[in-house]
Write a new protein. Structure first.
Length: 301
């Protein structure tokens, strides 16, 4: 999965006022490939800044993560889990145990309610080698006779403050990848570098200048994506295809601008001076605007 929120071609097309052919004034780089490599490095740093600001340890881009987290049972009998990374695309597995040497209790995922930023698991317990007891809504976790639907208030008090060790794997974030093979007008399939996070119904954007278009996925076979409608435009290999929100991409452009200006691009050169010196361009407007755009993506602990 591409960990940068922009490709170099996306940044070059943006109206930034920065000349991407002269990024490093002091090194004297003139080769276009070297300049592109330097631009990619700066974009990667800008993307890392976004991840840190949003407090997403594994990024806003789609990834697969496994976490082991201690959780207390709520008074209504649920485990409410807030993973470190959001949005949650798909919960792949969930299990829990009461103490370290106990065996894991694997939970049927059809009985787990998944939301964008958390998920809820209805708890049940074997009671003195007898019936399994649930807490809360009798219909939230299917049980069969001779199972009892509720714990008594006294029994509920005993387990309400119990700490449960949970382990879960999930897919989070927004798919963010590139096209690996040229595609033509009318094609119904696209091969991508990495299909992590792509599920049936995912909406993505092919970022290709004036040939930019939105697509929806109706099938996945490895890294080959089947589309609901044929492509309107032809696209070359290396073009970005992503579900990263537009405001996150714009924030990455703004932060890239700031980092490039910090290095001297668009700096002020004093004219009429025998030994002109490049002056640092100090402008935090780009950072402030980027933070405003990213505010709704920050993780709430």
């Amino acid at each position: 999965m591409n960990t940068s929120y922009l490709t170099t071609s996306e940044y070059k097309r943006a109206p930034t006022g920065i000349d991407p052919t002269s990024l490093d004034y002091l090194s004297g780089l003139s080769d276009a490939t070297a300049q592109d490599a330097e631009l990619a490095n700066v974009i990667a740093r800008a993307s890392a800044w976004i991840d840190n600001y949003c407090e997403m340890p594994d990024g806003l881009y789609a990834s697969v993560n496994t976490e082991i987290v201690p959780v207390f049972i709520t008074k209504d009998g649920f485990l409410r889990i807030k993973p470190k990374n959001v949005p949650i695309i798909q919960l792949q597995s969930f299990q829990w145990k009461v103490y370290p040497s106990a065996e894991w209790v694997v939970v049927d995922l059809t009985n787990v309610q998944v939301y964008e930023r958390h998920f809820e698991v209805m708890m049940w317990f074997p009671f003195f080698n007898g019936p399994a007891l649930t807490i809360g809504n009798a219909y939230a976790y299917p049980v069969s006779a001779p199972y009892m639907p509720y714990l008594t208030p006294t029994e509920t008090g005993k387990v309400m403050d119990m700490q449960i060790t949970t382990q879960y794997s999930y897919i989070n974030g927004y798919p963010n990848t590139t096209i690996t093979n040229n595609v033509n007008i009318g094609d119904n399939f696209i091969t991508v570098d990495d299909a992590t996070g792509v599920i049936i119904g995912t909406t993505m954007t092919v970022y290709d200048g004036h040939n930019t278009e939105k697509i929806m996925i109706q099938g996945i076979n490895g890294n080959i994506l089947a589309l609901t409608k044929p492509l309107i435009f032809a696209h070359a290999a290396g073009i970005a295809i992503s579900s990263i929100p537009a405001d996150v991409k714009q924030a990455c452009i703004l932060m890239t601008n700031y980092l490039l200006k910090e290095k001297g691009v668009n700096a002020i050169v004093l004219q009429g001076v025998s030994n002109p010196q490049m002056q640092k361009y100090d402008d935090t407007v780009d950072i402030d605007l980027a933070k405003e755009m990213l505010r709704r993506y920050k993780r709430v602990v």
